[in-house]
Design a protein around this ligand. Sequence first.
Ligand SMILES: [Zn+2]
Length: 347
Amino acid sequence: MGSRDSSGCTLNFGPNVIAFEIPSSLIHIIEYYNVMAFEEEAMRDISRRRFLKSASGAAALSVISSSTVASASIGAGRLTTVSDGHLVLPMDFAIGPAPREEAAQILAKHGVTGANVQPSCNISVFQDGTNTVLFDVGSGPDFMPSAGALLDNLDTIGLTPEDVTHVLVTHAHPDHIWGLLDDFDEPVFAQAKHMIGRREWDYWWDPETVNSIGEQRMAFAAGARRRFEMMEDVFERFDAGEEVVSGIQAVATYGHTPGHMSFEVRSGGEATLIIGDAIANHHLAFDRPDWPSGSDQDADLGVHTRRALFDRIISDQISVVGFHFPGTGFGNVEKSGDGFVFLEASQ
Ligand SMILES: [Zn+2]
């Protein structure tokens, strides 16, 4: 679904024609960590953050056009996925603690080769005629030049930030919440009720988290804490099992982060499970669900959660949206041998 050459990278997502051109010099882990480090330094300095934005703008991100990537009715409502762009991550990050050679073979089978992986970022929108519910808000302008396209892509389906009535957060990693605030540190979705799981909030709110989370994720903690400070009075907290919005139930899927939540959107017999990063990829996690993932903060709990989720998805025959699943992120899961396969919904 994409191609790379010496001059850079272009990704095309099928007929939705969402394409990015990024100079190859920027497709590198150093960019990734530099952006995170910048964010940490710039926690309370708006002018610095403007500089950061212009610096990342040098990546010549061009969103040619984009639109809905998938849409399906659930009862009288409609669930749509909208792209926020994609991430560029080092292959080591994708393989994590898995056996390297076997992992590389599985990745190659899925067309993932080279030094980087470039997972899609798919944000779900549920509209039931009364509410317009956004599940996560994407990276915003300051995380990676290849992500942060949500507002443009909402526009293509006729939605403005003011139309959003609810923001539900799966977890507080940068690619899911750094889009909460604009350049002036004002909430982007100013009319929306913002909601997050209590356990997730408490973890990132804790001033000790930045010290205990480990060097690699320190900027994640600083970035989350800064946004939570700015939005302390805006966020409502909920617990697992609660119906947070009519027809939408919070499902505990801890492991990727300590309080990671999924959401089941249901109307009678029709339902979709929005799983955030509880199953964070479509290759290793589907082929070898028992392997620990380097992207999970608690790898053992992540495996346990993933197995339980797969069981639920198969037994309930429920469709899913995976934030980083390929293409639309929207589809069905089937058993295949000892593992599973993701069948992307047709357009
Ligand atoms: Zn993510």
